[in-house]
Design a protein around this ligand. Structure first.
Ligand code: B3K
Ligand code: ZN
Length: 896
């Protein structure tokens, strides 16, 4: 196949059930880094519900065949080929043994069995198991696994696999073995093994029904002091699932293992979760408050998969959101619930705001480009490219909408019915939808469109108040706007949209709501069910013209279009009882101002902004009744990426100039308030990991960041230097260092050099912290004399840099290409040339990491002509030279 040929696609419509089933798998591993021998014995039988096939086709990749036997007879008619192995003329029911080898030390893709830091690890989702042994490597084939691991005892004292430990002991020649059995049927993508020099933090707990469980967090010895938070998070997650969903841990032991070379965050292998060190290790000196929160949610996420994903799994990979959307929804609910303390209401709102920010930045962007796809995609070339914001985050919003439509009690009934019907099965998104519908006596057939239609819906709102009748009409109209061709290719019928609304009176209080036809008012927030292209809802008995608070708590993943005046937004920012919409009002106000300024930059006009935003920000900053975390979020301007996507033509330089201008103006105009806020929110003494303390640190660092924007940043430099030197936690340290880098960029002096060097020396032996050191420099503002590309290029030669470690590659390369838009999109094309080099270098090592990086240019058509022409050339260069299906699928989609 020539490199530029269109790669073959897999289609949802082509699904057929497997011709054979595998009831049991017995695996024996003789582990050595260069060459591991895998003996695989399977009980196979014909699938009774499927037309008879004479041959068994097993998938296998990058394996060397040694021998095969059917029912113990070695004379088997088999053919080994590039994509796997065919066994000809098999009986209805038989035992098949296949022996082969794989090459863990040479495996840089980090899929299948590989070596990291001298230890063995596996990653099988989605199709890595076929790189370990030949198998029906598809999620609808579920089997019971027994696994025997053999290895040299001194180098690999710990041998782990899924389930329960049956036996262990010594072998001749300094080797030893361990035998594991997982009593639950599972698909091959949930298989895992780990072998090496590791130590564990342990805890023993009793589940709700009184059963004893052993919990372990396995890490390299030097990291043991960073496992407490992960263990606490795991215990909280176990409790939460018992209380909220009545779901208990089903195995006697549950293990988490940390590995520093890992393609994503973590993996939910049954009973043996494998985690990127970044998503598990934390102590106050090395991890920020954000890291702590991420670890908690990811530990929760992988644990929750034990039921939503493992006990009930996906029939095929098009159903990925069945487990991912649902499990993200569950981890979001978990994090919101445990953020707790006496701040719980505010903490819940903060969590919701953060989740929506990520959705709007990542998923709305995806929906606007060539990778747009429905929550349940129709086709893929490389399934690894479909672990997307749409499948995960829009998928989670789709699950959230069921809950909004049927209430928390109704949602629980739906979950109960889902498990009652499907425990132990591999099912589809339709099965989940039907369980929700049947448990609540609802017809959710229209709701199916959320799974099959791509693009971000827009809801246009018009209102009308009539003094004489005291009626308030709200008309909601849904459409898709100017979606990308990829989104337009899917069907586009009206959706069922739960649209939450409140009406705010002139005194700032919510108006009691009574819809036409109702006998009395019920509550002050109502969920309107928009099911048609356009629908009018009439509220009666409204004493005066109210201000609508639309899509409260972001009740659906849509864009709301309503013509608010600036004063109305400022009023909502001050009064809306819905914290999400309070924040949203400030964001709308800021977005409007910033986009207008970006336009002024484009037209080379001098910049001017109104006082509305400054006054609104002043009110928030000085409102002590608001929690510090909410204030910090409300005072954060929309990101440059979010703003650029909202321009008719994306112009990163203009957005950057506008945003910088606004930050400077806000810094200057509110200088006294920032200084006072900074001093009032210091967190002296012992570090506390509470949401309250984290909120104070966030607000303090945000004040510092605004002060660092000033033409004369002396205050910021003084405070940040002190904060850096006195820091007893990473949040303060990083906050100070980035303020210093920012101040240095403004003045061109060297105030950041000493702390930057100090940071490196202090944490030289802690790779996760050194990742932060790379990322901080890659995302800095830079200045004319020193473009950030020069810094980044120099850092690629730093002794601590390597492309082979995904965390390190992402810290420097992806941070620069994906999170420093104004520097990356330099008009001289230097960023794009760098991108081509790095995508191709990664393509040869690790296609998954390369493909993620390749996606940073996918919205190229939306940029200014000067930039988009150069982006196109860069994409063409990658298309010509990339070898992996992963990267080729991305760039070919971008170029059509
Ligand atoms: N299920 C894994 C993701 C696997 C990605 C494979 N390319 C982690 C998670 O979502 O929990
Ligand atoms: Zn997941």
């Amino acid at each position: 196949m020539s490199i530029s040929a269109t790669p073959p696609a897999t289609r949802r419509a082509d699904y057929t059930p497997p011709a054979f089933l595998i009831d049991t798998v017995d695996l024996e591993f003789d582990l050595t880094p260069e060459r591991t021998v895998v003996r695989n014995t399977m009980r196979v039988r014909r699938n009774p519900t499927v037309v008879r096939a004479s041959n068994l086709e097993l998938a296998g990749e990058q394996l060397e065949f040694i021998r095969a036997a059917v029912d113990g007879h070695p004379n088997v008619n088999v053919r080994v080929h590039e994509r796997g192995l065919t066994v000809y003329d098999v009986p209805d029911c038989f035992e098949l043994t296949v022996t082969g080898t794989c090459h863990p030390a040479a495996n840089t893709t980090l899929m299948g069995l590989y070596v990291s830091g001298g230890n063995f690890f596996t990653q099988c989702e989605a199709q890595g198991f076929r790189r370990i042994t030949w198998f029906l490597d598809r999620p609808d084939v579920m089997s019971v696994y027994t696994v025997t691991l053999r290895a040299e005892k001194s180098a690999y004292p710990v041998l782990l696999s899924n389930g329960n430990l049956l036996d262990q002991g010594d072998l001749p020649e300094g080797r030893h073995y361990a035998k594991w059995e997982d009593p639950f049927k599972k698909p091959s993508y949930l298989f895992a093994l780990v072998a090496g020099k590791l130590v564990a933090r342990e805890a023993r707990i009793k589940t709700g029904s009184g059963k004893e469980k052993l919990l372990q967090v396995w890490v390299e010895p030097q990291d043991l002091d960073k496992t407490g938070h992960a263990m606490d998070s795991l215990i909280r997650a176990i409790r939460w699932d018992e209380v909220c969903f009545g779901l208990e841990l089903d195995l006697d032991r549950f293990m988490i293992v940390a590995v520093s070379d890992f393609n994503m965050g973590a993996m939910e292998n049954k009973g043996l979760n494998i985690f990127n060190t970044k998503c598990v290790l934390a102590n106050p000196e090395t991890a920020t408050d954000t890291d702590f929160a991420n670890i908690e949610s990811i530990v929760g996420h992988e644990y929750f998969h034990n039921w939503t994903g493992n006990r009930v799994t996906c029939r095929d990979w098009f159903q990925l959101s069945l487990k991912e959307g649902l499990t993200v929804f569950r981890d979001q609910a978990f994090s919101a619930a445990v953020a707790g303390g006496n701040e719980s209401e505010a903490a819940r709102a903060t969590k919701r705001i953060e989740d929506v920010c990520i959705l709007r930045q990542m998923q709305f962007g995806e929906d606007a480009g060539p990778m747009a796809h429905p929550v349940r995609p129709e086709r893929y070339v490389e399934i690894n490219n479909f672990y997307t914001a749409t499948v995960y985050r829009k998928g989670a919003e789709v699950v959230r909408m069921y809950q909004t439509l049927v209430g928390e009690g109704g949602f629980r009934k739906g979950m109960d019915l889902y498990f009652q019907r499907h425990d132990g099965q591999a099912v589809t998104c339709d099965d989940f939808r039907l369980a929700m519908a049947d448990a609540n006596g609802r017809d959710f057939s229209q709701f199916e469109r959320w799974y099959s239609q791509a693009g971000t819906p827009r809801v246009r709102v018009t209102t009308h108040y009539d003094d004489a009748t005291r009626l308030y009409g709200v008309t909601l109209a849904q459409e898709y706007g100017d979606a990308s061709p990829a989104a337009r290719a899917t069907q586009r019928e009206p959706l069922l949209i739960p649209f939450s609304i409140g009406l705010v009176g002139r005194d700032g209080a919510d108006v009691p709501l009574r819809l036409e036809g109702e006998t009395e008012a019920r509550g002050t927030t109502r969920v309107l069910e928009l099911a048609q292209a356009e629908q009018c809802f009439t509220f009666v008995d409204i004493p005066e013209k109210p201000l609508p608070s639309l899509l409260r708590n972001f009740s659906a993943p849509v864009i709301v279009e309503y013509d608010y005046g600036n004063d109305e937004l400022a009023f909502l920012l001050a009064h809306d009882s819905d914290p999400f919409n309070r924040w949203e009002a400030g964001q709308r106000l800021a977005t409007r101002e910033l986009l207008a300024l970006a336009e002024q930059v484009r037209q080379a006009r001098s910049l001017e902004m109104s006082d509305t935003l400054i006054n609104a920000f002043r009110s928030v900053l000085t409102d002590e009744s608001l929690s510090p975390s909410f204030r910090a979020l409300s005072l954060t301007l929309p990101t440059e990426i979010y703003l650029a996507e909202r321009m008719a033509v994306s112009d990163p330089a203009a957005v950057h100039a506008a945003r910088r201008y606004v930050r400077q103006r806000l810094g200057q105009a509110l200088r006294e308030a920032w200084l006072a806020t900074y001093e009032r929110h210091l967190t002296p003494g012992v570090y506390e990991a509470t949401a309250e303390a984290a909120g104070r640190r966030a607000l303090k660092c945000s004040a510092l960041a605004y002060l660092s924007e000033l033409d004369d940043p002396a205050d910021a430099v003084r405070l940040a230097t002190r904060q850096y030197d006195m820091a007893n936690n990473m949040t303060d340290r990083i906050g100070a260092l980035s303020a210093l880098l920012n101040a240095a960029a403004g003045t061109g002096d060297d105030v950041a050099n000493r702390p930057l060097d100090d940071f490196y020396t202090r944490f030289e032996h802690d790779p996760l912290v050194i990742d932060k050191w790379f990322a901080l420099q890659a995302t800095q503002r830079g200045h004319a004399q020193c473009p950030v590309i020069d810094v980044v290029r120099a850092l690629t030669h730093h002794r601590a840099f390597t492309l082979k470690n995904p965390n390190r590659a992402r810290a420097l390369i992806s941070s620069f290409c994906g999170a420093n838009p104004s520097q990356f999109h330099a008009t001289d094309g230097s960023g794009y040339a760098f991108w081509v080099e790095q995508v191709l270098a990664l393509d040869a090592i690790n296609p998954q990491v390369a493909a993620r990086l390749a996606r940073t240019l996918e919205l190229w058509r939306r940029f200014t002509p000067v930039l988009s022409a150069q982006m196109r050339t860069a994409l063409e260069q990658v298309e010509l030279n990339a070898r992996s299906l992963d990267v080729r699928e991305i760039v070919q989609k971008a170029l059509v």
